[in-house]
Design a protein around this ligand. Structure first.
Ligand code: 26W
Length: 823
C-alpha cells in the first residue's frame, strides 16, 4: 500500500472512532444524544475526548522530563492570556480535519461548539498574550519551559457599551467548569504573610522563625500545553488561594456564622480577580499579596521538584532557569534567597551566586508610571522576611557600586533598590538577574540609553534585545485556515514549524493568480466579519470597503484618538465636497480601557458618538462606517485580524515597547500604517519602506521635544484649518448637540494640558503626516496588483516575527535549555 493510501485509511479510522466516541461521551457525561445535546454539552464532550489524548502525551512527556533531568525553564507571569484552547489543541495534535469531518457527518455545527468555550482572559494585553504565545512555541520546539501564574476566578472584565460608555461586567469564566485544568489539591504550598521574625540558635546554627504570620494555602491547577506536531507537553501551573482552615468552628458554635468564614473569604480574595490596569500599577496591598502569593508558591514547588529529582543544591541554576515577565514576579529573587538560606542553610554568598545565575528579566515598558514601586512600610509589614533580604541585597549592591563609583552619591542613589521610602522592583530585577532584555531593538536602545542607563554602564553584558513574536499557528493557520491552505499549496507545509519558509512566497508576490486567491480569501473573511457585525450591532458594512482596523488596549499613547480625528477629517471632506474621491472605508475599533482611566474611557465615548453621527448621515453615502467591537479579546482578534486590510500601529514613537498586534496583522497580509515605534521599525527593515505606510515623528524627535520643552500644539491648531475644525467639533456640539461639553476634557488636554504638558503624545504634531499617509494608502488600494503584491510581501517577510524565532533567541542567549529528543 502506498503512503497516501495508508494515510487516508488512518484518517478514516480516526474519524470512525471519534464519531462513536462523541456519541458515547454525550451519553456518559450528560445522558444526552446528538439530537438533544446543547452546544455547551457538545463542546464539553468533545473537549473531554481531546483532553484524554492530551493526557496520554502529557504523561509520556513528564516521564521523559523526569528521566533526562535536564535544565528547565519556568516562565513566571502575572498574566497568561490563553484565549480558547479547544481549536488550538485540535490543530496542534493534528486532529482538526478529522474532527471537522466527524462534525460534518454528525451535522454538528463546529463553529458553535467552538464558541461555547469561554476565553481564558487571564491577562490585560500584550504582555499576557506574549506569555501565551511563548508557551505554544516552547512546546512546539521541544523545549521544557513551563508557565507559572495565577488562577484568577475572574479574568479581565467583560466590556459592555451602554449609551456609548464602557461599563465593566465581571467575567466568571470558571463558573461552568474548565475542562483543561487538573486540580492538584494534594500538592499545596503554604504562603506566609505578615507577623514578625525571630532568630534562634539551634544546633549551633541560626534559625529564622516566623511568628504570628497569616498563612494561606496555594493549590496548583495544571493546564497541559500541547505543542504543534511535538512530543513535548509542558505545564501551565496556575495557583489558587485557599484558607488553611475552611471555617472557624468555635465562632460557628457561638452563632457567629459570618465571622466563622471571614478568614476563608479573606484568604481567597487573593486570587479572585485580575487587576485591570495595563501599564499603570496602583500601589495596592492586594496586588503585592498576589505577587508574593504566586511567586512563593511557584518557587517552593520548583524547589520541591528539584529536590525530589535528587539534585545537589549547588547545581540549582544548572537545572533551573526562572524568567520573570516584567517586574511583577521580581519577588522571586528574594524568595529563592529565603529558601536557599532558611531552608537549605546556605550562606549569603552561595545563595546570591545561585540566585543571580537563575533569574532573567524582561522589561516590557518604559512608561515611568508603569515601573512598579512599593511603599517601604507596606512591603515591610506584609513581607517581613522578604523585606530583610531585599534590604540586605540593597546594602551589598550599593556597597559594590560605591567601590565602582566612589563619591558618586547621586548615581548610586538613582540605582538603589530602596530609596526615599520606596522599593523599586525594576532595580531589584536587574540586580538579581543574569540577563535583562528589551522586547524590540528600539526599546532596548531606550533602556540602555535612558531608563536603565546607569545599570547598563555598570554592567553592559547583562543587556540584550530580543524582539517579540507571536504564534503564527494560532493567528494565521488557525484563525485564517483558508489562507494557510493556500500558502501550503504553494510552498508546502514546512512553514508551520519553520516560519522563515514563508519567504518563499516572495516569488509569487506578482503572480496574478496567487494574488487573486489571496484577495478572494480576504473578501470571504470580510464578508463573514460583516455578517457578524450586522448580527451584533445592526450596522451594515460593505465587504468591498477598506477594513481599517485598530484593536488593542485603549491608551493615550496608542493614539486611538488620532485615528478618530482622521475619520472626522474625512467626514468633513465629504460634507464639504459630496464627490470627494475616496474608496469606501470601514473603520473598526476594539479596545478596553482600564476602569479608572478617565481619558481612555472618554475616547471610547467619542468613537461611539462619531459612529452614531456618521453611520446615520445619508450625505456620507456609506463611504465611511465606524464599528466599535465590544469586548475585544483573543477569540475576537482571531475573527477580526484575518478580515483586515489595514493595520493601525500609530503609537507615539518611543512609547510602544514592541507591539505584537502589528505582527499578527502582518502574518495575515494586512498593510501597516504606523510610526517608527517598537517592532514596527524592524517590520520596516524586513519588508521594506515601500510596503508599509510609515509616518510621523521619530523617537529621537519625540525625546528632543520632551527635553527642550518647546512643543506648542496650539500653534499647529492655529495654522492647520482642517485640524482646527476637527478640534472645534469636539466642543461645539457637533458630536453631541445636547451635551456639547462631553469632550471638553479631551480638547483641553490636547491644546492646553491639564496638569502637565499639552498633547503629551503629539497627536497634533503627527496629525497631518498621518492623514497624508492615509491618502497614499487609499490611492494604492485602488491598484489591486500593487496592493496585493505588498500584502504578499508582508506575509513573506513575517517569519521572523514568529514566537518560534523569539524563543530560539531566548534559548540561545539566555536559557540554554537542551532540545528534547523525541520520536
Ligand atoms: C499594572 C501594572 C502593569 C504594568 C505594566 C501591568 C501591565 C504592564 C505591561 C508591561 C503592559 C504591557 O502589556 N506591555 C506590553 O508588552 C508587550 C509584550 O512585550 C509589548 O509588545 C507592548 O509594546 C507593551 O506595551
Amino acid at each position: 500500500m502506498d503512503e497516501k493510501k495508508s494515510k487516508e485509511l488512518a484518517f478514516e479510522e480516526m474519524v470512525d472512532t471519534m464519531r462513536e466516541e462523541v456519541e458515547l461521551k454525550l451519553q456518559r457525561m450528560f445522558g444526552r444524544t446528538l439530537k438533544t445535546a446543547t452546544d455547551a454539552q457538545l463542546y464539553k464532550a468533545m473537549a473531554t475526548l481531546l483532553r484524554d489524548r492530551v493526557m496520554e502525551k502529557w504523561a509520556y512527556s513528564k516521564e521523559m522530563e523526569y528521566e533526562t533531568n535536564g535544565r528547565q525553564m519556568y516562565y513566571l507571569s502575572m498574566e497568561f492570556l490563553m484565549g480558547r484552547l479547544f481549536g488550538n489543541n485540535l490543530m496542534n495534535l493534528g486532529l482538526d480535519q478529522q474532527v471537522a469531518q466527524v462534525c460534518k457527518e454528525l451535522k454538528i455545527d463546529l463553529d458553535k461548539v467552538r464558541d461555547s468555550e469561554p476565553d481564558a482572559g487571564l491577562g490585560n494585553g500584550g504582555l499576557g498574550r506574549l506569555a501565551a504565545c511563548f508557551l505554544d512555541s516552547l512546546a512546539t520546539l521541544g523545549l521544557e519551559g513551563h508557565g507559572n501564574g495565577i488562577r484568577y476566578e475572574y479574568g479581565l472584565f467583560k466590556q459592555k457599551i451602554v449609551d456609548g460608555y464602557q461599563v465593566e461586567v465581571p467575567d466568571p469564566w470558571l463558573e461552568d467548569g474548565n475542562i483543561w485544568e487538573i486540580a492538584k489539591p494534594e500538592e499545596p504550598e503554604i504562603i506566609s504573610f505578615g507577623g514578625t521574625i525571630e532568630r534562634r540558635i539551634e544546633k549551633g546554627k541560626e534559625v529564622v522563625k516566623y511568628c504570628d504570620a497569616q498563612c494561606v494555602k496555594a493549590i496548583p491547577y495544571d493546564v497541559p500545553v500541547v505543542g504543534y506536531d511535538s512530543e513535548v507537553v509542558n505545564t501551565l501551573r496556575l495557583w489558587s488561594a485557599r484558607a488553611i482552615k475552611p471555617m472557624d468552628m468555635g465562632l460557628f458554635g457561638q452563632g457567629r456564622y459570618v465571622d466563622s468564614v471571614a478568614e476563608k473569604e479573606l484568604a481567597e480574595t487573593i486570587t479572585k480577580v485580575l487587576y485591570p490596569e495595563d501599564n499603570h500599577p496602583e500601589g495596592k496591598s492586594l496586588r503585592l499579596k498576589q505577587q508574593y502569593f504566586f511567586v512563593s508558591a511557584s518557587i517552593q514547588s520548583i524547589y520541591r521538584k528539584f529536590k525530589k529529582a535528587g539534585n545537589n543544591i549547588f547545581d540549582f541554576h544548572k537545572k533551573v532557569a526562572i524568567h520573570i515577565n516584567d517586574t511583577h514576579p521580581a519577588l522571586g529573587i528574594p524568595e529563592l534567597m529565603r529558601i536557599l538560606m532558611d531552608k537549605e542553610g546556605l550562606d549569603w554568598e552561595d545563595s546570591w551566586r545561585i540566585t543571580c545565575q537563575t533569574f532573567a528579566y524582561t522589561n516590557h515598558t518604559i512608561l515611568e508610571e508603569a515601573l512598579e514601586k512599593w511603599p517601604q512600610e507596606l512591603f515591610k509589614s506584609l513581607l517581613p522576611r522578604i523585606y530583610e533580604i531585599v534590604h540586605e541585597i540593597n546594602e551589598i549592591f550599593c556597597r559594590d557600586l560605591w567601590k565602582k563609583y566612589p563619591g558618586e552619591w547621586e548615581k548610586i542613589g538613582s540605582m538603589a533598590i530602596i530609596s526615599y521610602g520606596t522599593v523599586h522592583m525594576s532595580k531589584l530585577a536587574i540586580a538579581g538577574s543574569y540577563s535583562v532584555n528589551g522586547v524590540a531593538k528600539l526599546h532596548t536602545d531606550i533602556l540602555k540609553e535612558d531608563v536603565f542607563r546607569d545599570f547598563y554602564q555598570a554592567c553592559p553584558s547583562k543587556f540584550r534585545a530580543i524582539t517579540n513574536g507571536v504564534t503564527h499557528r494560532r493567528f494565521l493557520a488557525k484563525a485564517n485556515a483558508e489562507l494557510a491552505d493556500l500558502i501550503t499549496g504553494y510552498i508546502g507545509e514546512d512553514w508551520m514549524k519553520a516560519p522563515q519558509d514563508l519567504e518563499r512566497l516572495k516569488t509569487y508576490a506578482k503572480d496574478s493568480s496567487f494574488q487573486k486567491n489571496v484577495a478572494e480569501i480576504r473578501l470571504k473573511n470580510k464578508e463573514s466579519l460583516a455578517e457578524h457585525i450586522e448580527n451584533q450591532y445592526g450596522i451594515q458594512v460593505n465587504p468591498e470597503s477598506i477594513f481599517d482596523v485598530q484593536v488593542k488596549r485603549l491608551h493615550e499613547y496608542k493614539r486611538q484618538l488620532m485615528n478618530a480625528m482622521h475619520i472626522m477629517f474625512l467626514y468633513n471632506k465629504i460634507l464639504d465636497n459630496p464627490n470627494f474621491p475616496m474608496h469606501p472605508r470601514t473603520f473598526i475599533f476594539g479596545a478596553k480601557a482600564a476602569p479608572g482611566y478617565h481619558n481612555a474611557k472618554m475616547i471610547i465615548k467619542l468613537i461611539h458618538s462619531l459612529a452614531k453621527k456618521i453611520n446615520n448621515d445619508p450625505r456620507v453615502k456609506d463611504k465611511i462606517k465606524i464599528v466599535f467591537m465590544e469586548n475585544y479579546r483573543v477569540s475576537l482578534a482571531e475573527k477580526i485580524i484575518p478580515a483586515s486590510d489595514v493595520s493601525e500601529q500609530i503609537s507615539t514613537a518611543g512609547k510602544e515597547a514592541s507591539g505584537t498586534g502589528n505582527m499578527k496583522f502582518m502574518f495575515n497580509g494586512a498593510l501597516t500604517i504606523g510610526t517608527l515605534d517598537g517592532a514596527n521599525v524592524e517590520m520596516k527593515e524586513a519588508v521594506g519602506n515601500d510596503n508599509m505606510y510609515i509616518f510621523g515623528l521619530t523617537s529621537e524627535e519625540v525625546s528632543q521635544y520632551y527635553r527642550e520643552g518647546h512643543y506648542r500644539p496650539y500653534e499647529i491648531y492655529e495654522t492647520n484649518p482642517e485640524l482646527r475644525l476637527v478640534l472645534d467639533q469636539f466642543v461645539n456640539g457637533f458630536l453631541d448637540s445636547e451635551h456639547p461639553d462631553t469632550f471638553r476634557g479631551l480638547y483641553e488636554g490636547l491644546l492646553y494640558g491639564h496638569y502637565g504638558m499639552a498633547d503629551p503624545y503629539f497627536v497634533l504634531k503627527d496629525f497631518e503626516p498621518y492623514c497624508q499617509a492615509h491618502t497614499r494608502l487609499g490611492l494604492e488600494y485602488k491598484k489591486p496588483d500593487i496592493w496585493w503584491e505588498k500584502a504578499i510581501l508582508n506575509i513573506a517577510a513575517a517569519g521572523i516575527f514568529s514566537s518560534d524565532r523569539t524563543i530560539r533567541d531566548y534559548n540561545q542567549q539566555v536559557w540554554k535549555l537542551p532540545f528534547v529528543k523525541t520520536k
